[in-house]
Design a protein around this ligand. Structure first.
Ligand SMILES: Nc1nc2c(c(=O)[nH]1)N[C@H]1C(S)=C(S)[C@@H](COP(=O)(O)OP(=O)(O)OC[C@H]3O[C@@H](n4cnc5c(=O)[nH]c(N)nc54)[C@H](O)[C@@H]3O)O[C@H]1N2
Ligand SMILES: Nc1nc2c(c(=O)[nH]1)N[C@H]1C(S)=C(S)[C@@H](COP(=O)(O)OP(=O)(O)OC[C@H]3O[C@@H](n4cnc5c(=O)[nH]c(N)nc54)[C@H](O)[C@@H]3O)O[C@H]1N2
Ligand code: SF4
Ligand SMILES: [Mo]
Length: 747
């Protein structure tokens, strides 16, 4: 076992909450924010979140409304800011005290809580300690390593979704000018399935709704998403829609607090009152059942002749083949765990609605058949003509605050459509073969085909699947480099030589030769706006992401690309983005104020950039995940007290868990059938189709109102259970929501 096991004593389990947020939520956020950085720094930071002249919340990618109230943030935004503005520092003395081998045994909570890295650090071959290094030496070491590789394809350039547009654009430019498309990113583990399904059907891999559409919808279906924890301000938008008469359906194996009832902390009524009952119908679906659900809804809509014929005839192709797909109700009921009546009621709501939005997140994308599932959602929306219509559309709700922008800026292993323009603009040659996505990047390191790993943010060691394989892969590298804010596991599961390059966070003042700098980001609804940090940096030795990349670019590639001018004034970067990336004309001017929304042809004009110019219906074979007798389908999800691999605390308030993360939720009847007692301790053993098993130890069993046949535990503790080869068809996303496990008495 490479991770410290059972460090926190016994978790306490109480009743799950039926309501999200309210005063409790905001107090929890503020206590967290103010406890850490001190009242003045914390409140100053919070007042600047999501304001027109402030910084973009580093939390999630949910958009800001135009009428921003003064306190436009949520509990988790406050926690994300507190994490960045912490007064805990990881300095050279820290590393002198704690050898790497010791730190590798700490859990993610303890590592993250150690705080902000203050100096560039190097671990030299054979040493068990990081030591301080100058920026010049660190970047020269990295450039030398890259130059000495046999091929640029032996280097990996990973990105996590907090990186700004400017840094993302320069990073892909640097990787491609150097000669590789090896740009794996967190999207590969996140919404890739959405991108693939949407690009193949509506011709663009992004959602088709704006925040205004959510407010105007008649029906909103929230599938495989837990907004109360992960996109808290989405509840405000749902509440507004609800007040306007919208109906809301939630589809989830768990009755998540925020989906059922919401107390809006931004209003007096929400602070004191009983809150809004959000959900009209809750479908407690079996994990992986969503493809069948939407196939059945589509079938009913066709049977009822509830289609929008004019839309189908004018804007779509493939209807005939889709309409011929047979539906086996028995299989639908088994796969979904829902009754025909429940599904019919939901289909009625689709038939009755003149403006429907379907929202989804990881509960759909991290399944083997994720792409087919999302295509079935597209089918249903096409049937009813729900694209390019106010109050209607497709809404994949993105995770990291700029993950969508990073993709727009070319962070993908596939050369972007504007590669020719990139080549012309910078006089470079870009290889046309795709590079490695995340899972292939792990394979390449494992097999010695990749030798240098560079991470622009993120925590690859903890976020990736099959932890034992990932850790070995990273340790096998000649060099691992992390451009990071806070300490994390990937710093201590490192290559023979390793660098930590500490960088500014969103909240911090970024001063360059031309003066204070802003960066820009894109939210989940394609709105691009500026973000400017205001606080003093955590340490005088930090460089911005842009500065680090420009200094590396100069060192590695010389001044054929004007790195120095980019670093001095980010407007020069935006000027280039405007010339290369479609939709960014007049970037500098338009991004001021509350920003601008990028073009989206299906949303704006019912135009579909597919080969035949039509939105495509697809016929998808219905497949189900086989869960053998005596096994459960385990999903790994987020607690209320974490941001991905950053563990803020050990409680999961809404689900009634305190002081512990090693818990596994399962239905009481399943536990009885398995002979496992509520409160007992088990090992989780995953079974993969090649006969291999993987084990994590000592999880406290929690009887929970989850769908039958399913179980849930937290990410990243569950990651060792996900086999590297268990990926979604078509998108290569690890199937973190569908792991076949057996429970064994804790050893
Ligand atoms: N506070 C906070 N905010 C975050 C994050 C965080 O860690 N903390 N992470 C950010 C990131 S990167 C992302 S991608 C998003 C993630 O946002 P979510 O997707 O909401 O995150 P998860 O916790 O993975 O929750 C998945 C939800 O899907 C449900 N689910 C699981 N399997 C199925 C299924 O088969 N069918 C259906 N219908 N539902 C299913 C789960 O029960 C759970 O409610 O949040 C972002 N925002
Ligand atoms: N089992 C399982 N695995 C999963 C998931 C799951 O649901 N289940 N979810 C997947 C998903 S959706 C995602 S998105 C990935 C997340 O994978 P990653 O994006 O790799 O992980 P994060 O935990 O978001 O990265 C956190 C680290 O980023 C650094 N950081 C924070 N802010 C900044 C910044 O402004 N700049 C820079 N340079 N660094 C910064 C900090 O050092 C912090 O430790 O995990 C995936 N893995
Ligand atoms: S909803 Fe997301 S972006 Fe908005 S304040 Fe909360 S964490 Fe930040
Ligand atoms: Mo994500």
């Amino acid at each position: 076992m490479s991770r410290a096991e059972k460090p926190h004593g016994e978790p306490r389990v109480g009743e799950p909450q039926a309501k999200a947020a309210g005063l409790g939520g905001i107090v929890a956020g503020l206590r967290y924010a103010w406890g850490k950085p001190g009242v003045a720094r914390g409140s100053r930071a919070l007042l600047r979140i999501n304001q027109v002249d402030g910084f973009d919340c580093p939390g999630c990618a949910w958009p800001e409304p135009d009428d921003r109230s003064r306190a436009e943030f949520c509990e988790n935004g406050a926690k994300a800011v507190a994490e960045e503005t912490t007064r805990h520092h990881v300095d050279p003395q820290f590393f002198a005290t704690h050898p790497i081998s010791e730190l590798a045994a700490w859990d993610d909570h303890r590592l993250g809580r150690s705080g902000r890295v203050t100096h560039p650090m190097v671990r030299r071959p054979g040493s068990d300690h990081y030591e301080a290094i100058s920026w010049d030496d660190a970047l020269a070491l990295l450039a030398r390593g890259l130059r000495e590789l046999d091929s640029p394809d032996e280097a990996l350039f990973y990105t996590s979704g907090r990186t700004s547009n400017e840094a993302a654009f320069l990073y892909q430019l640097l990787a491609r000018a150097y000669g590789t498309n090896n740009l794996p990113d967190c999207s590969n583990m996140c919404h890739e399935s959405s991108g693939v399904a949407l690009a193949g059907t509506i011709g663009i891999g992004k959602g088709s709704v704006t925040l205004e559409d959510i407010h105007r919808a008649e029906l909103i279906v929230v599938v495989g998403q837990n907004p109360g924890t992960n996109h808290p301000r989405m509840l405000t938008a749902l509440e507004k829609a609800k007040r306007g008469g919208a109906r809301i359906i939630a589809v989830n194996p768990l009755p998540e607090a925020g989906l059922l009832n919401f107390k809006n902390p931004q209003t007096l009524r929400g602070l004191a009152g009983g809150g809004t009952q959000l959900t009209d119908q809750f479908l407690r679906i079996r994990g992986g059942g969503d493809q069948a659900l939407f196939a059945a809804i589509g079938s009913l809509l066709r049977e009822w002749k509830a289609e929008d014929r004019a839309f189908i005839d004018e804007h779509t192709s493939g209807y005939a083949a889709y309409a011929e797909t047979p539906l086996d109700w028995k299989a639908v009921e088994t796969t979904t765990g829902l009754t025909r009546e429940e599904i019919t009621e939901a289909a009625r709501a689709f038939a009755d609605s003149g403006a429907t939005i379907v929202c989804w997140a990881m509960g759909l994308t991290q399944h083997r058949d994720a792409v087919a599932t999302i295509r079935e959602i597209v089918n249903v929306q096409l049937l009813r003509g729900m694209i390019g219509k106010p109050g209607a559309g497709l809404c994949p709700v993105r995770g990291h605050s700029n993950v969508q922008g990073d993709r727009t800026m070319g962070i993908t292993e596939i050369p972007p459509p504007w590669t020719d323009a990139l080549e012309r603009e910078f006089g470079i040659q870009v290889p046309r073969e795709p590079g490695f996505h995340t899972v292939d990047a792990i394979r390449a390191m494992r097999d010695g085909r990749a030798r240098i790993f560079v991470g622009l943010g993120g925590n690859f060691a903890a976020a990736g699947p099959d932890t034992a394989v990932v850790e070995k892969a990273l340790r096998g590298c000649d060099l691992t480099v992390h451009i990071s804010t806070t300490l994390n596991r990937s710093h201590v599961v490192c290559g023979r030589t390793a660098l930590i390059l500490p960088t500014l966070g969103r909240t911090e003042h970024d001063h360059q030769t031309a003066g204070p700098q802003s960066v820009t980001v894109e939210d989940s609804m394609s709105r691009v706006h500026a973000s400017r940090g205001r606080l003093a940096p955590a340490s005088p030795f930090l460089l911005s992401e842009v500065a680090i990349l420009c200094r590396l670019g100069r060192e590695l590639l010389g001044d054929t690309i004007p790195w120095k001018s980019f670093m001095d004034d980010y407007r020069a970067v935006r000027e280039r983005i405007a010339r290369v990336v479609p939709g960014f004309d007049d970037y500098e001017r338009r991004v001021r104020g509350s920003g601008f929304t990028l073009p989206h042809p299906p949303r704006d004009a019912r135009r579909f950039d597919t080969p035949d110019g039509k939105a495509r219906f697809t016929a998808n074979e219905l497949s189900t995940i086989e869960v053998p007798e005596g096994r459960l389908l385990l999903q790994s999800l987020r607690s209320h007290d974490q941001y991905n691999t950053t563990i803020y605390g050990l409680d999961d308030r809404y689900r009634g868990v305190k002081n512990g993360r090693r818990v596994v939720f399962a239905h009481a009847d399943d536990l009885t059938a398995l002979g496992v007692a509520d409160g007992s301790h088990v090992d989780l053993v995953s079974e993969w189709q090649d006969g291999s098993t993987r084990r994590v130890r000592d999880f406290r069993v929690v009887a929970y109102p989850i769908a039958r046949g399913c179980a849930a535990t937290y990410f990243p503790e569950a990651n060792p259970l996900v086999p590297l080869d268990a990926t979604a068809t078509g998108s290569h996303t690890p199937t973190s929501k569908a792991i076949v496990v057996r429970l064994e008495p804790a050893q």
